[in-house]
Design a protein around this ligand. Structure first.
Ligand code: NAP
Ligand code: F7E
Length: 323
């Protein structure tokens, strides 16, 4: 039975990936950080009928290099999926130092712990389309990076650290350069979930308006469940390499609002208000990925359309709020 270790297992992607790997017969270990209240709601799906969790959780933090080393030695994984990060772009402008440490240096710490352990695990780095920043669309593996936030800058560092450990030490270390991917498990302060949650709250009568920032930003939004399958395929490839995962289709934040509100018969223009608090010091205007390489070499294609994704998220939020 192959053994996988996931950092960031309590996050959106970590929970889908754990589910996928358990279904594939892996022994799955996840790293969680200590918090004053348990933050494992996304892992509830993994509870067995008797309430038992079928994956092993270990306390750890990207700020604790020796702890990471001890964990890798103890678990002895065949594959490491490094997903943990301070992942919010807007917040990264408010806490740039912390974001650089966790999202940038955190990757280096996992790579170095892996190297020192002597463990031969394959390593996956959760790289991001935010690295492309202001590079014109469409973006692929050859597109030069021009990050526009402390988060994007930290991800560029982590990307190159991964390439550098591959080239320096012959490690099987790969980057998945993933464009935005969403789900009903998406954090509530990312724009898709903020919108779908607002639609449900407005229907429930607990919210009157939705305050947003830049409605003109274009994003290539896919479904997280499809993207974790892509992560797995990247580590099953015969050699380490870097791959873009995207849908190849872009939509604006305004279109996102139109689809979400009209799904329940509401006109978004009556509810959406522009709030400058949500503008970023520098914006990424247009992300549109070209996933041809992943399609050709990994046989990966996304299965969910933009409309399916948004309406599924609205329906899930309605069900959760009883609206
Ligand atoms: P997410 O929901 O924000 O999850 C982030 C995970 O990292 C959580 O489990 C979080 O733990 C953990 N974490 C944060 N700081 C940590 C620390 N200091 N030590 C240990 N764990 C820590 O993010 P996601 O959407 O699943 O994304 C997964 C990865 O893919 C991230 O690296 C993200 O930057 C990257 N990415 C995401 C997208 C996307 O569209 N979703 C696209 C490209 C790349 P808590 O639960 O305790 O907060
Ligand atoms: O913003 C605009 C905002 O925060 C999308 C992360 O998973 O994907 C994600 O980063 C767009 C931006 O995602 C609001 O200005 C307008 O243009 O949902 P988001 P993101 O910044 O694209 C990448 C690939 C990652 O790697 C990241 O980890 O929507 N926008 N009004 C807003 N955004 C937010 N959050 N809130 C608003 O009110």
């Amino acid at each position: 039975m192959p053994i996988a270790l996931i950092t960031g297992v309590s996050g959106q992607d970590g929970s889908y990936l754990a589910q996928l790997l358990l279904a594939k017969g892996y022994e799955v270990h996840g790293i969680v950080r200590r918090s004053s209240v348990l933050n494992r709601s996304r892992l509830e799906q993994l509870h067995g009928a008797n309430g038992a969790v079928s994956l092993a959780l270990h306390y750890g933090d990207l700020d604790d290099p020796l702890g990471l080393l001890r964990l890798i030695e103890a678990v002895g994984p065949d594959e490491i999926y490094h997903l943990a990060a301070q992942s919010h772009v807007g917040v990264s402008f408010e806490i740039p130092d912390y974001t650089s440490s966790v999202t940038g240096l955190g990757t280096l710490r996992v790579l170095e712990a892996l190297r020192l352990s002597g463990c031969q695990a394959r390593f996956y780095q959760a790289s991001s389309s935010e690295m492309f920043g202001s590079a014109p669309p469409p973006q692929n593996e050859q597109t030069p990076f021009h990050p526009r936030s402390p988060y994007g800058v930290a991800k560029v560092f982590a990307y190159w650290a991964t390439v550098n450990y591959r080239e320096s030490y012959g490690m099987f270390a790969s980057n998945g350069i993933l464009f935005n991917h969403e789900s009903p498990r998406r954090g509530e302060n990312f724009v898709t979930r903020k919108v779908t949650r607002a639609v449900a709250s407005i229907l429930a009568g607990t919210q009157r308006e939705l305050h947003l920032g830049n409605l003109d930003a274009m994003r290539d939004w896919g479904f997280a469940g499809d993207y974790v399958e892509g992560m797995w395929r990247i580590l099953q490839h015969d050699q380490p390499d870097d791959f873009v995962l995207a849908t190849g289709e872009a939509h604006s934040v305004r279109e996102l609002c139109e689809v979400a509100f009209s799904h329940v018969g509401l006109d978004h223009e009556k509810y959406v208000a522009i709030d400058p608090r949500y503008f970023r010091p520098a914006e990424v205007d247009f992300l549109l990925g070209d996933p041809a390489k992943a399609n050709r070499l990994l046989g990966w294609t996304p299965s969910t359309t933009f409309r399916q994704l948004v309406t599924t998220m609205v329906d899930a939020d309605r069900a959760e709020l009883g609206a």
